[in-house]
Design a protein around this ligand. Structure first.
Ligand SMILES: [Zn+2]
Length: 325
């Protein structure tokens, strides 16, 4: 795939393309980020660009090499992952890789390997990988994919160029879901709840979320500071364990982010299917006030993550929202 298909990581793509143009790609990279944010896609795009027979810093998509990579059958690319039913990538897999990388490439300028998840190596496989990184056989390119670089041996980390992937903004998750043929009403529901991960978006339970979203919007519209029971009842009904409360806060974040967008005159909202409800959030208080509430929801989310009591945190948050109508 060409780099243009990588969404949300423009700076990273620019750095990689520059290194391709200058013939300065590293021997080994460490791609760190949450699963589903585009790490493997970017790794494949980098290899495809490196192998492309037509373009110097991107994949043309049409030459034999680009076509083989798109079809998943290029002989010079290795994908290393734990074997089925195994937790770790084992040392035999690493030894075999090392043997193979030391052979001449079949048709590409160099061999390439994607190792994922790189944190799933036991001591002997990690040591074997270290040997490969210290003395890269041939001109091989290694890309390690991990959720947390801190879980790898420092000696492995220091031999790789670290590239950090941020979670995807919801609008990019939305585009990716729609590209996969998901109906827009489902995609707009799932995208804001996915925490920046396409994979997570695909795992979410869409029907449960529709019901939840309706309940949340209804409670929000009923919040009334002169009728304090409306505040405590909302917190009581909508709070749950920590994970459920974090999910609720993600939903509120996406509502208020959209309301701020509308307030700023932008039409770029993700909750398009419940637009009237978002419009009413936007219009019942001032723009600065919605902006401030957005920050308050962020703070509440951080507090709940740090172990604050979910119910009390929501009491306070809903009080704040109700007081600012
Ligand atoms: Zn090509």
């Amino acid at each position: 795939m060409p780099f243009a298909d990588i969404l949300g990581h423009e700076r990273i793509v620019e750095v990689l393309r520059r290194s391709l143009r200058n013939n300065k790609t590293a021997h080994s990279y460490l791609f760190e980020g949450i699963p589903g944010c585009g790490r493997r896609k970017t790794a494949l795009a980098l290899i495809q660009a490196l192998f492309c027979q037509v373009l110097p810093d991107d994949a043309c998509g049409a030459c034999p090499s680009c076509r083989k990579i798109a079809g998943g059958n290029h002989p010079d690319i290795h994908l290393l992952a734990p074997l089925p039913d195994k937790r770790d990538i084992n040392v035999d897999q690493l030894r075999e890789l090392q043997r193979d990388l030391s052979l001449r490439p079949y048709e590409a300028p160099r061999k390439a390997c994607i190792l994922e998840p790189a944190e799933r190596m036991n001591v002997s496989s990690a040591n074997s990988l270290l040997k490969t990184l210290e003395e890269p056989p041939g001109d091989a390119l290694l890309i390690l994919i991990t959720e947390n670089a801190g879980m790898l041996l420092p000696t492995i980390r220091s031999r790789c160029q670290l590239i950090r992937f941020a979670p995807l903004p919801p609008e990019h998750v939305l585009t990716l879901l729609e590209q996969r043929g998901m109906p827009p009403e489902t995609a707009t529901l799932l995208a804001p709840m996915a925490g920046g991960s396409l994979q997570r978006a695909l795992e979410l339970d869409n029907e449960a979320l529709v019901t939840r979203r309706e309940a949340v919007l209804k409670r929000l519209s009923q919040l009334d500071i002169t009728h304090i029971a409306s505040v405590f009842d909302a917190a009581e009904e909508l709070s749950g364990n920590r994970d459920a409360t974090l999910e609720l806060l993600d939903m509120l974040l996406s509502f208020f982010r959209d309301a701020v967008h509308l307030g700023a005159g932008s039409n770029q909202i993700v909750n398009r299917t419940v637009r009237p409800a978002i419009e009413s959030i936007a219009s019942c208080r001032s723009f600065p006030c919605n902006l401030e509430l957005l920050e308050t929801i962020h703070e509440t989310r951080r507090a709940v993550q740090r172990n604050a009591n979910p119910k009390l945190a929501l009491d306070r948050l809903f009080m704040n929202i109700a007081a600012n109508v």
